[in-house]
Design a protein around this ligand. Structure first.
Ligand SMILES: [Zn+2]
Length: 209
């Protein structure tokens, strides 16, 4: 926690918007340094070692904690800055960033899902066959040990090889998912497939019990 603005007897506002006075603070959202002069939002936090600001790039805060940004704007938190920013972005601009981030989050793919092959270059990891561009492919999960933790990475297969792939111990339908739950999850997670295509994929996969 940074105490850069903590001066004795000074009441600290809940929020501070300012140009970073050094490049030492780190953004609590993206974990990258906030370079000197870049607009940052400080959120006042009471910690075990006193009260201080947790800093975020203003744009990062807009994407992840928009409500806090609104509160900071409501109190015009830039007026408290020792290093005022030349131009504070309009709240509407930050709202657009938030919306874009929300949309991206919604579109994030969740394993398992089916999709049209975009490239014509990928291979079915089960059979080694090249998947033709536009064909429907299924993305299962592969359990991978990483730093003492099990992670799920993408395992691409043609629909006709889903059943066989799932017979391999490290290949899973999805995180903590029984193979019998695969079809329901595919219907839920697959965007961009028509009902007809989805039904064809399900028929091709066949029984998984
Ligand atoms: Zn950031």
């Amino acid at each position: 926690m940074s105490n850069e603005t903590n001066e004795p007897e000074e009441v600290q506002p809940d929020y501070m918007i300012e140009g970073a006075r050094s490049s030492r603070s780190k953004c609590k959202s993206c974990r990258k340094p906030i370079l000197k002069g870049v607009t940052r939002l400080g959120i006042l936090v009471e910690g075990p070692f006193g009260t201080g600001y947790m800093w975020h790039h203003l744009t990062c805060a807009a994407k992840r904690q928009y409500a806090k940004v609104e509160e900071a704007y409501a109190i015009e938190a830039w007026q408290f800055a020792k290093d005022p920013v030349e131009e504070v972005p309009k709240l509407e601009e930050l709202a657009k960033l938030k919306e874009a981030a929300d949309t991206k989050k919604k579109e994030r793919k969740v394993i398992p899902y089916a999709e049209h092959d975009p490239s014509g270059r990928a291979k079915c990891k089960h059979s080694g066959e090249v998947i033709a561009k536009g064909c429907v492919r299924v993305v299962l999960g592969q359990e991978v040990e990483f730093g003492g933790q099990t992670r799920i990475s993408a395992f691409l297969v043609l629909p006709e090889h889903v059943g066989a792939a799932l017979a391999t111990p490290e290949i899973v339908a999805g995180k903590d998912m029984h193979p019998s739950e695969l079809i329901g999850a595919l219907k839920e997670n697959s965007k961009g497939l028509s009902d007809e295509e989805m039904n064809a994929v399900i028929a091709t996969i066949g029984s998984l019990d």
